[in-house]
Design a protein around this ligand. Structure first.
Ligand SMILES: *Cc1c(COP(=O)(O)O)cnc(C)c1O
Length: 352
């Protein structure tokens, strides 16, 4: 029998969560009769318009099934095969996409830069670009950064200004992996445009899945000329949904109700509570400063094993090692309390 989710929620990833009511309800509203296929329907038009309203700008919008495809296709539209893409060494595009950006760009090379807390610094960009400028080096063309980062931190508006100033100086285009863009907006409390086109983002992959949808990411071209023939890339890569209305409708549900921001705020808020509770347990070491919806701590291996034996799911392969506890749109205080009690019990059992 399928375990229908009795008991507590997990902290492995925000994609362990289900579909939020606003997205589900919009899917159900879209499920009326027939509608034109391949994106020629009213839901797709409406979702695109709502995204243009949200970002307060006229941009080109596409929908893909997942974040790997969104990133890989966006990046391939931003460079030629002899170009290179700069990203953080912990970036999803580098570590978790099975080479999709290189594959879809026909071989553009990813150049990784390091940086504390999952964030790239302007000096690191300049260093990587200026290291070589001869014909033998894959010409740097794109800076890709993740907001919120893989380590649960965010780039402030000032961080972005400084970073993109360097990008402009080196004539780099800017891609933002926004699988958790909503969490960054909620954490920073600024308008989406302040984190994107106003500071110099050319293309944003805006995550819907981790925000409460069943499936779907929006690829948003603020620099519209980069979207030239992009629809063909989507089709060729198997990302053009024939019943597109069901990829688009959840966006309408999330954006019309403002649930996208509520969901992200809830996840962030729960992570804040979890961090505060874990801080009170002696001997727990924090790996990075929490700003969005994940908390990274170093657990003794036997504590991690015992937690898993009690049924908790969390990742230990992401980022700088340690355990990652990720909160979702539906994480509740009771989940935090249950987890924290188990951690407390298991760590104190060790020290006695
Ligand atoms: C989850 C995630 C993605 C998208 O992953 P898919 O599994 O392909 O949907 C992209 N970037 C980051 C930073 C992520 O955490």
């Amino acid at each position: 029998m399928i375990d229908s989710g009795s008991g507590h929620r997990h902290f492995a990833s925000d994609n362990y969560s289900g579909v939020c009511p606003e997205a589900w309800e919009a899917m159900s509203r879209a499920n009326q009769g027939h509608a034109p296929a391949y994106g020629d329907d009213e839901w797709t038009a409406k979702a695109s318009d709502l995204l243009r309203d949200l970002f307060e700008v006229n941009c080109e919008v596409f929908f893909a099934f997942n974040g790997t495809a969104a990133n890989a296709l966006a990046l391939s539209a931003m460079c030629q095969s002899y170009h290179s893409i700069l990203c953080h060494e912990l970036a999803h595009a580098e570590t978790d996409e099975c080479g999709a950006p290189e594959f879809f760009s026909n071989g553009s090379k990813i150049l990784v830069v390091s940086g504390e807390d999952g964030r790239i610094r302007p000096e690191a960009v300049s260093h990587m670009v200026q290291r070589r400028c001869d014909i033998h080096y894959p010409k740097p063309k794109v800076l890709s950064l993740t907001q919120a980062t893989e380590l649960g931190t965010v780039y402030s508006v000032d961080d972005l200004h400084a970073l993109f100033e360097a990008a402009r100086r080196h004539e780099l285009r800017v891609h933002m992996d926004g699988a958790r863009f909503a969490n960054a907006v909620a954490a920073l409390g600024v308008a989406p445009k302040e984190l994107t086109w106003k500071v110099g983002v050319d293309v944003l992959c805006f995550g819907g899945t981790k925000n409460g949808m069943a499936v779907g990411e929006a690829i948003i071209f603020f620099k519209k000329e980069l979207a030239h023939e992009f629809a063909y890339r989507c089709k060729q890569s198997g990302q053009l949904a024939s019943k597109m209305r069901f990829l688009a409708a959840p966006w309408v549900g999330l954006l019309e109700s403002n649930a996208w921001l509520r969901n992200a705020s809830q996840a962030n808020h729960m992570a804040e509570k979890l961090e505060a509770a874990l801080l009170e347990i002696p001997g727990i070491e924090f790996i990075s400063r929490r700003q969005a919806n994940s908390v990274f701590v170093r657990l003794q291996p036997d504590v991690a094993t015992a937690l898993r034996a009690r049924g908790w799911r969390f990742y230990t392969f992401i980022g700088a090692g340690g355990a990652r506890f990720m909160c979702s749109w539906d994480t509740a205080e009771s989940d935090i309390t249950a987890l924290v009690n188990d951690v407390k019990e298991l760590t104190s059992a060790k020290s006695t």
